[in-house]
Ligand binder design. Structure first.
Ligand code: NAP
Length: 316
């Protein structure tokens, strides 16, 4: 059994920032890096909006730097992930996939969220190759200047992405599987009123085509769900906006979740409903979901944990 003063679950911007701050507070944190070392940023290409990198930086590289900075201050990294937690009493217990059980005095949950994808092999291949398939217009929209784009989804995120993308694209087509939007009226009205946005109803993207050997998207195949007809639409980019899923399955029944499955934190803190358990990053944020906001809440979680341990014992 390995024992940590502070155990951090997750290795995205939130987890590493929590580790940097906890390390500098001499709390000798442990990080379980989770199934996706580096988190969602390792699925993006260039990050141009992280302050301090005026010429941009590749997402995976940014996470390598975060990790190096965390280990410099004494963080111990374990290449495994939690499969079960027991938060009923301190020390908390965390069972892992490959490294046995851990105990800890304070737990920082930074397990993040995942964009939902359509699940098409061609979509995954082009996403991983940086070939014009994305789930984040704020992150990647800039790279699609002058290109005609498709956004999949009918919710607020899809409307928001489509509206944002019209800053760069001459035309954005929203493809929705029904003939009615799920989005709020205000967002739907805004999208409808935008002359650059068009809609294809009752349709799904069933394949993504690339230029020969170029690993760059050239078209999507749409299928009308009423007629079954398939058509090809030439596009310069595909944005999938069918929702996000926070990685909170582990905590069901132990930590308070909101109706969308995100961890609930007390306003302006990272305190969850269990004393000694803190949450930061996208696992508790359905609104901003940016690397810099995740890092900000990671810092908050480490400071909250440090102060809490000072009051309740376990820091030494
Ligand atoms: P959402 O409301 O769950 O909408 C997801 C959309 O994607 C739905 O239209 C759904 O179709 C479609 N969809 C789901 N799976 C699909 C699939 N496999 N293939 C094709 N289409 C699929 O998710 P969201 O838009 O991300 O919003 C999440 C929450 O955040 C909402 O409460 C929203 O109000 C909030 N939000 C608010 C704002 C804002 O106010 N500015 C911005 C973003 C998000 P169906 O409609 O047929 O189910």
């Amino acid at each position: 059994m390995k024992h940590a003063k502070v155990l951090i679950l997750g290795s995205g911007a939130a987890g590493w920032t929590a580790a940097i701050y906890a390390g500098r507070a001499n709390l000798e944190p442990f990080v379980l890096h989770g199934p996706q070392r580096g988190g969602q940023l390792t699925l993006t290409t260039e990050v141009e909006n992280y302050p301090g990198f005026d010429h941009g930086i590749m997402g995976p590289k940014l996470m390598e730097i975060f990790e190096a900075q965390a280990t410099r201050f004494g963080t111990k990294v374990f290449q495994t992930w939690a499969t079960e937690v027991d938060l009923k009493k301190r020390p908390f217990t965390v069972r892992t996939a490959t490294e046995g059980d851990f105990t800890c005095e304070a737990l920082i949950v930074a397990t993040g969220a995942e964009a939902k994808w359509l699940g098409l092999p061609s979509e995954m291949r082009l996403r991983d190759a940086g070939g014009g398939v994305s789930a984040c217009a704020t992150c990647d929209g800039f790279f699609f200047k002058g290109k005609e784009l498709v956004v999949v989804g009918g919710g607020d995120t899809a409307m928001e992405e489509a509206i944002h993308l019209t800053k760069y694209a001459p035309k954005v087509t929203v493809v929705h599987r029904r003939d009615k939007l799920r989005a709020s009226k205000i967002m739907a009205d805004r999208a409808n009123a935008n002359p650059k946005i068009g809609f294809v109803w009752n349709s799904e993207v069933v394949d993504v085509l690339d230029t020969n050997g170029n690993k760059r998207i050239r078209a999507v195949v749409l299928q009308n769900l009423l007629s079954g007809d398939k058509t090809e639409m030439a596009v310069g980019g595909l944005f999938v906006a069918i929702g996000h899923k926070p990685n909170t399955d582990l905590f069901v029944g132990q930590l308070e979740l909101d109706e969308k499955g995100y961890l609930v934190t007390q306003p302006r803190t990272t305190y969850t409903n269990v004393p000694g358990v803190f949450a930061c990053g996208d696992v508790q944020d359905s609104v901003y979901r940016q690397a810099v906001t995740a890092a900000g809440t990671g810092c908050m979680a480490a400071i909250d944990a440090e102060r809490w341990l000072d009051l309740h014992g376990g820091a030494h």
